[in-house]
Design a protein around this ligand. Structure first.
Ligand code: COA
Length: 710
C-alpha cells in the first residue's frame, strides 16, 4: 500500500512503504535544500510513521546528488514559513519508531542536523558531512550545536562548526557522527538493509538529545574558555563563530529543550547580521560569475593539452596550475638557460610540497612526467590552448603571437596573460583574432583563485566558453571582463591606490592607512601589499602611464622617491616598511616618514589629521565609484562580478560581500554624498560615476543590476 503525502510536499518528499519501513525520499533538486516543501514533507513523514501501526521504522534518504545540502539559502532574510527546521528535527527525534538516515553526497548544515535528529545513521563512501553555516555568517540553528557535541564530543564538534569543514564517511564514523559506512553507491539499498537489521535486532529508539553534552562540566567549561579566546583572536570581527561557542556553552547548564531555544535565538541574531547578508551574497555571486553568456550560447572547444610561453614566476605558476588540474603542459622559452630556469620554477613548487610532506616524491615525478619544455615554438603545434606569459611589452607580445599564429593548429585557443595591454591590438596582429582571449592570472598563479577572462571584440563565443571550462578544470573563480587598461581589478585598484596616495600626502601615514584597511577586514593594507609585490612593479606602471597622464591630475611622487632609492619592499629589505634581517612583517621606517614630509613640503601641502573612518570613506568611495564606471562601461557584466574580483583577487573581506555589496549595505546615497564632499577639494579625481548618480536618483541599489531579469 503506497502511502504518499499530498500537495507540494509530495513533490519534495515522497513516501512509500518497503515492508515495515516507511521510506521518505527527499527529492528537491538540485541539492535537496530544506525549503518549506521539504520541511513539510519531512514533518508529515515523521507523523505518518508514528501513526501507522504497520510501520516499524522510518528511513530518510536523499534522491539525486546527495542527502540534504542544508537550509535553503534563498529563504534567508525572507519571512519564515512554518514548519521551522528545529520543529522538524525535534519531531523526527521524537518519533516513537527508529528513524534511520541513509547519507550519500552532501549532508551539510540543516541536512546534517536532520541526520543527527534521526536515531541511526549510515553513510556511503561519497558522503560529505559538515556544519558549514559559519561560512555564511551563521551557526547551526536546528539543534546542531547541541546534538553534534553529544555525538562527537565537545571539541571535535566545535572544530567542525568553527571550521565549516566537511568530513568524509570514514572520518564521520571514527568520530561517532555516523554508525556505519556502507559499501556501494545506493543509499536507499544501504539504508533499507540497515533498517531491516535494526528491526531484526529490535534496536531501540535512540535520541541524540537524551545524551549528555559533556561528562565533566567543569573541564568542558575550561575547554570552551580556551576555544572562545582562540576563536576571538582568529576570526577577527566575525560575528557568528563566537555565537557558536556561546550556544554550546549554554548547553552545559540548560536542559536540552531550553538549550535549543537559546540556540535558535542566537541563530536569529546571526540571520539578522549584515555579515550573513555579505557572505550569502558572496556564495551566490561566486556561482553566478561562472555563468557568462557565452557558456550558455556556445560549447567549449577540446581542452586536453596546454602550452605555456614563458617560464618566469607567472608562466611557471600557470604551468603548475594546469599540471595540478591533471593536464599536460608544454613550456616554451627563448633559450636553454631560460627554459632551465622555467623548469626549476615549476619544480620548486613541488619540491616545497614534498619537503612539507604534502606530496610523495613519486607523485611529484608523476606530475612532472606531464611537463615538457622546448626552445622551439613548433613544440606547441599540438596544443589545444596556449597561454603566453612573457614580458609586458606590446612588441614582445606581437612577436610571440606571430609565432603562435605560425605553429598553432587550427582552432587552438591563443591566450595572453597580460594584465593591462590592449588585447584587441594583440588579436589584430594575427590571422585568427577570433581565437585570441585574455586569461589574467593572479600571482602566485597556482594559488590565487581569481581568473579574469578578458573578452576582446573579435573573439568567438566558443573560445570564451573554453576559457570558462579551463577555469573550472583549474578550480579557479572566473570573472568575465572587457578590454580596458587594467580590466576590472587593476583598473579599480589604480583608483583607490591613488586615493590612498593623496591621503598619504595630505597627512595620513602609510602605517595609519594600512591599519585602517586591516581593521576593515583586509589581511593587509595597500602599502604592505606594495612591499610584498615589489615597489618596482608599480613604478614601471607609473612610468608607462606618464606620457598619457592628464597634466591637470594631481600626482603624488612619494612612491617614486622611495623607489629611486632602490627600496622595493620585502625583497630589498625595505620599502614603505623596514624588514630587518629578512623579516616578513615590516616595521615603520622613520626615513620613509621623512621622505613623505619632504614631499608634502615640496608640494606645498599643509598636513592634516585623518581618522580611520576618514581613511576608509575615501578609500572605499574611490573603489566603489570606479566599480560603478566599470559596470557602466560593461567591462564587468554586473556589480557582482566586481565583488567576486575583489573577494578573490584583492583580499576584500568576504563577510562584507565585496565593494559593491558593501556600498549597498551602507547606502549608495551616502557613498555619493562622500564623493561630492571630496570633489570640493579635487573635482577632477572625484567625479561621481554617472551610474552611481543614476541609481541614487532612481532610489535603486547595485544589487538591482545583478538580476536584470527579475
Ligand atoms: N540552498 C539553496 N541553494 C543551494 C544550496 C542551499 N543550501 N546549496 C546549493 N545551492 C544551489 C547553488 O546555488 C546552485 O544553484 P545554481 O545552479 O542556480 O547556481 C546549485 O544549488 C548547485 O550548487 P553548486 O554549489 O553549484 O553545486 P556543487 O555540486 O558544486 O556543490 C554543495 C554542492 C552542496 C556542496 C554546495 O552547493 C554547498 O556547499 N552548498 C551550501 C551548503 C551549506 O552551506 N549549507 C548550510 C546552509 S546554512
Amino acid at each position: 500500500m503506497p502511502a504518499s503525502s499530498s500537495g507540494t510536499a509530495a513533490v519534495a518528499v515522497r513516501t512509500r512503504r518497503e515492508g515495515a519501513v516507511l521510506v521518505a525520499t527527499i527529492a528537491h533538486p538540485p541539492v535537496n535544500a530544506l525549503s518549506v516543501e521539504v520541511r513539510r514533507g519531512l514533518l508529515q513523514a515523521a507523523e505518518a510513521a508514528d501513526a501507522d501501526p504497520e510501520i516499524a521504522a522510518l528511513l530518510l534518504v536523499g534522491e539525486g546528488r546527495g542527502f540534504i545540502a542544508g537550509a535553503d539559502i534563498r529563504e534567508f532574510g525572507k519571512p519564515p514559513l512554518p514548519p521551522s527546521l528545529p520543529e522538524v528535527c525535534n519531531r523526527i527525534e521524537a518519533c516513537r519508531k527508529p528513524v534511520i538516515a541513509a547519507i550519500h553526497g552532501p549532508a551539510l548544515g540543516g541536512g546534517l542536523e536532520v541526520a543527527m535528529a534521526a536515531h541511526y545513521r549510515v553513510a556511503l563512501a561519497d558522503a560529505k558531512l559538515g556544519l558549514p553555516e559559519v561560512q555564511l555568517g551563521l551557526m547551526p540553528g536546528s539543534g546542531g550545536t547541541q546534538r553534534a557535541p553529544r555525538l562527537m564530543g565537545l571539541q571535535p564538534a566545535l572544530e567542525l562548526m568553527l571550521s565549516g569543514r566537511h568530513l568524509d564517511a570514514q572520518e564521520a564514523l571514527e568520530c561517532g557522527l555516523v554508525d556505519r559506512v556502507a559499501e556501494g553507491n545506493d543509499a536507499l539499498a544501504a539504508g533499507l538493509a540497515y533498517a531491516l537489521q535494526l528491526l531484526a535486532t529490535r534496536a531501540p529508539v535512540r535520541r541524540t538529545g537524551e545524551g549528555v553534552l559533556a561528562a565533566d562540566i567543569e573541564s568542558a567549561r575550561a575547554t570552551l574558555k580556551g576555544i572562545a579566546a582562540d576563536t576571538a583572536k582568529k576570526t577577527r570581527g566575525l560575528f557568528s563563530p563566537l555565537k557558536i561557542v556561546e550556544a554550546v556553552e549554554a548547553g552545559l547548564d540548560l536542559p536540552f529543550a531550553e538549550a535549543l531555544r537559546n540556540e535558535r535565538q542566537l541563530f536569529l541574531q546571526c540571520i539578522d547580521s549584515p555579515q550573513r547578508a555579505g557572505l550569502v551574497h558572496a556564495f551566490f555571486a561566486e556561482r553566478e560569475v561562472a555563468k557568462a553568456p557565452e557558456t550558455r550560447s556556445a560549447k567549449p572547444r577540446p581542452l586536453a593539452s596546454v602550452g605555456v610561453v614563458g617560464g618566469g614566476t607567472m608562466g611557471a605558476g600557470i604551468a603548475v596550475a594546469v599540471l595540478d588540474a591533471g593536464l599536460p603542459v608544454t613550456m616554451v622559452e627563448r633559450d636553454e638557460a631560460s627554459l632551465a630556469r622555467g623548469r626549476a620554477n615549476v619544480e620548486k613548487v613541488y619540491d616545497g610540497l614534498v619537503k612539507r610532506g604534502r606530496m610523495t616524491p613519486e607523485a611529484k615525478a608523476a606530475v612532472l612526467a606531464r611537463f615538457a619544455g622546448s626552445t622551439s615554438y613548433d613544440a606547441l603545434a599540438g596544443a589545444d590552448l596556449v597561454i603566453e606569459a612573457v614580458f609586458e611589452d606590446m612588441a614582445v607580445k606581437h612577436a610571440v603571437f606571430a609565432e603562435l599564429d605560425r605553429v598553432a593548429k587550427p582552432g587552438a585557443v591563443l591566450a595572453t596573460n597580460t594584465s593591462y595591454l590592449d588585447i584587441d591590438a594583440i588579436a589584430a596582429g594575427i590571422s585568427r583574432p577570433q581565437d585570441v582571449i585574455g586569461l589574467h592570472f593572479f600571482s602566485p598563479a597556482n594559488i590565487m583563485k581569481l581568473l579574469e577572462i578578458v573578452v576582446p571584440a573579435k573573439v568567438s563565443a566558443d573560445v570564451v566558453a573554453t576559457a570558462f571550462e579551463l577555469a573550472k578544470k583549474l578550480k579557479k573563480v572566473p570573472v568575465r571582463a572587457g578590454v580596458c587598461d587594467g580590466f576590472i581589478g587593476n583598473r579599480i585598484l589604480a583608483r583607490y591606490r591613488q586615493a590612498a596616495d593623496y591621503m598619504m600626502e595630505d597627512g595620513a601615514s602609510p602605517y595609519q592607512i594600512d591599519e585602517a584597511v586591516r581593521a576593515f577586514g583586509y589581511p593587509m593594507g595597500p602599502y604592505q601589499v606594495s612591499d610584498l609585490a615589489g615597489g618596482d612593479i608599480g613604478w614601471a606602471t607609473r612610468k608607462r602611464k606618464a606620457p598619457t597622464r592628464d597634466p591637470r591630475a594631481r600626482y603624488v611622487q612619494i612612491a617614486d622617491r622611495i623607489c629611486e632609492r632602490g627600496w622595493f619592499g620585502q625583497k630589498t629589505g625595505r620599502g614603505y616598511y623596514l624588514y630587518p634581517e629578512g623579516a616578513r612583517t615590516g616595521v615603520p621606517d622613520p626615513e620613509v616618514l621623512a621622505i613623505i614630509d619632504a614631499e608634502r613640503q615640496r608640494a606645498g601641502v599643509q598636513p592634516r589629521r585623518f581618522g580611520a573612518d576618514d581613511i576608509l570613506r575615501r578609500y572605499l568611495a574611490a573603489m566603489v565609484n570606479e566599480g560603478a564606471n566599470v559596470v557602466r562601461e560593461r567591462i564587468a557584466l554586473r556589480p557582482l562580478d566586481v565583488d567576486v574580483t575583489f573577494l578573490y583577487g584583492y583580499g576584500f573581506p568576504r563577510f562584507r560581500g565585496g565593494p559593491m555589496k558593501y556600498a549597498d549595505t551602507i547606502g549608495l546615497d551616502r557613498v555619493l554624498a562622500d564623493i561630492r564632499e571630496f570633489a570640493q577639494e579635487d573635482p577632477l579625481f572625484w567625479q561621481p560615476s554617472p551610474l552611481l548618480v543614476e541609481l541614487v536618483t532612481q532610489g535603486r541599489n547595485f544589487d538591482s543590476l545583478n538580476h536584470p531579469a527579475d
